[in-house]
Design a protein around this ligand. Structure first.
Ligand code: N01
Length: 529
């Protein structure tokens, strides 16, 4: 059996940096990665229009000053190919590939109480043991494949936005059906519509989307930021969502403004573009009335963009805005003005089945050459639940998390010593800029391992009381916001049968402060042995 000091699962941004840090500590490490290259999310999500919704100068590593100075981003929001190039560049720069086993999917990770080692087995039959296992498996890495009757019978081409082929897909002259209207659909629909002869979108729930206002980056702006990069990074760490410090954020309350002031403020944030529309006022995530004003502002924008009022109505959400992750688009609503684009509201005419030639709803059969599932992910717990993870006394993680994930700080869970998660459930993760959140977790884990070694200790595992209190805390924070008021993937509500639990923790700075306090108090809440 192979043996290493540490095994990392996944070679996305989390796994890559974890490997780098563990190597710096002198730990022999192997990374198992299912894909043929690094990049994680950006390796798999290659659908047309895939682009980050956090600005490129912020959605990048900050651990190495030379790296952040030398890499050149071309646009305000980088496209998937550019982010993947960046990941590859990092892999080359730090010679990471030497310790990554590609095309290798982890099947199980089993702890031995006698030896204190974890044995990790891959689908390819590789078996390796290590004291430390770090799951860098991503928050949005397992596609949600909807269970639709007849799904296998479709004879045309089938795609999922989260598992897009590596070869170019050409929709020219084809009849295309897209199922879903989340971020992935909203980004890909305008581009698919340009190629397809006919595009039909099946919408279950309309989504709020603001213009990304993407544009090439000006050399002057890049120079200005790079001259004081650390300053921006530090200011970002003080933002609740961990990014956006360079743009205005207004902590004033929408409800305390006159209508004119409010509209002007929404308009400024709309024009600025992107997710920081939510920073127009301080009460938009907290107060239903304030939230409704933001929602109505966006609905008005939709009505102004879509020529057919009836269609505009169908595309207008009536739920709480920001409760699902806001989408950032480039011409999404305008796409519905095209003659070759049709919207099918599947609340009015439900999908009955997928047929050999397309999609049958309660009133018609739509014939397609290609079907695109833009149906999202089994978020945050999906990747972990697909690995057979067994801790003390052979207890599976799946069994422990039957009623929802339970962690301490989103980093570890009781009964699974030395098994770490990067941006696990119960950490800010998806409610922040992922890159700094990843860096903070990786550094916490690396420091904890170094601490164990320095103090001649073998294991770190949360105390039950600390875990219970943390689960309660994550819930309490969510309950104080409007987040739990709709069916989002944050709550696991998009996956049939998944327990309804708010998965991430809101508030990056408070979380980081808590982690620092835990360390300062000798890893308070963890049992070191
Ligand atoms: O997935 P989603 P996504 N029948 O879950 C529908 C990140 N991301 O891949 O809302 C019919 O948001 C579902 O309908 P409903 C970002 O964090 C970021 O688009 O459940 N429809 C919904 O419309 C984002 O939030 C970027 O009623 C079905 C859609 O499919 C997250 O990834 C880009 C269905 C799924 O939307 C997920 O985004 C892309 C069914 N059986 C993604 N099942 C950027 O950085 C599901 N749906 C910009």
């Amino acid at each position: 059996m192979e043996r290493r000091d540490a095994i990392v699962i996944g070679a996305g941004f989390a796994g890559m940096y974890m490997l780098h840090r563990l190597r710096q500590l002198g730990l022999s490490t192997i990374v198992f990665e299912a894909g043929t290259d690094v990049g994680g999310t950006w390796y798999w999500n290659r659908y047309p229009g895939a682009r980050c919704d956090v600005e490129s100068l912020e959605y990048s590593y900050q651990f190495d000053e030379a790296l952040q100075q030398e890499w050149e981003w071309s646009e305000r929001y980088s496209s998937q190919p550019e982010i993947l190039d960046y990941a590859r560049h990092v892999a080359d720069r730090f010679a990471l590939r030497d310790d990554i086993a590609f095309s290798t999917r982890v099947q199980s990770s089993v702890y031995s109480q006698e030896t204190g080692f974890w044995t990790v087995t891959t689908e390819e039959g590789r078996c390796c043991e290590a004291r430390f296992v770090i799951a860098a498996t991503g928050c949005l890495s397992v596609p949600n494949e909807p269970r639709l009757p007849g799904k296998e019978s479709f004879a045309g081409e089938v795609y999922h936005t989260g598992r897009w082929p590596h070869e170019a897909v050409d929709f020219t002259g084809k009849r295309v059906g897209v199922i879903g209207t989340g971020s992935s659909a909203i980004q890909s629909i305008p581009l698919i519509a340009e190629q397809a002869s006919q595009l039909t979108v099946f919408q279950r729930t309309p989504n709020y989307s603001v213009p990304a206002q993407n544009a090439p980056l000006s050399p002057e702006l890049v120079q200005r930021i790079k001259a004081r990069y650390e300053d921006l990074r530090e200011r970002n760490k003080l933002q609740v969502i961990g990014f956006g410090a360079r743009h205005p954020r207004n902590d004033g309350f929408a409800m305390e403004m006159t209508e004119e002031e409010r509209e002007a403020q929404f308009e400024r944030h709309w024009e600025q573009g992107g997710l920081l529309f939510g920073a127009a006022f301080g009460d938009l995530f907290l107060d239903q009335e304030a939230n409704s004003l933001a929602a109505e502002f966006v609905r008005k924008k939709i009505r102004s963009k879509v020529n057919d009022p009836e269609l505009a109505e169908k595309l207008s959400p009536d739920s709480t805005i920001f409760c699902k992750r806001l989408c950032a688009d480039s011409g999404y609503f305008e796409t519905y003005n095209r003659d070759n684009v049709t919207l099918v509201d599947i609340n009015e005419t439900p999908v009955e089945s997928i047929t050999e030639s397309g999609v049958r709803t309660s009133v018609a059969e739509h014939k397609f050459d290609c079907l695109v599932y833009a149906t999202g992910f089994d978020a945050m717990t999906g990747a972990l639940s697909r690995i057979d993870i067994r801790g003390r006394e052979g207890r599976t993680l799946k069994d422990k998390w039957l009623e929802g994930p339970k962690t301490y700080l989103g980093l570890e869970t009781v009964g699974f010593p030395n098994f770490f998660m990067v941006t696990g459930p119960g950490s800010p993760s998806v409610l922040t800029n992922m890159l700094p959140s990843i860096e903070q977790h990786v550094e916490f884990i690396a420091d904890a391992i170094a601490y164990l070694r320095e103090h001649d200790l073998r294991e770190i595992e949360p105390e039950q009381s600390a875990e219970d209190a943390w689960v309660e805390h994550v819930n309490e924070v969510a309950q104080g916001t409007l987040y739990p008021t709709c069916n989002s993937w944050y709550l696991g509500a998009n996956i049939p049968g998944k327990p309804r639990v708010f998965l991430p923790l809101l508030g990056f700075p408070d979380y980081v402060a808590k982690c620092q306090e835990v360390v300062a108090r000798g890893y308070e809440g963890f049992r070191l042995s």
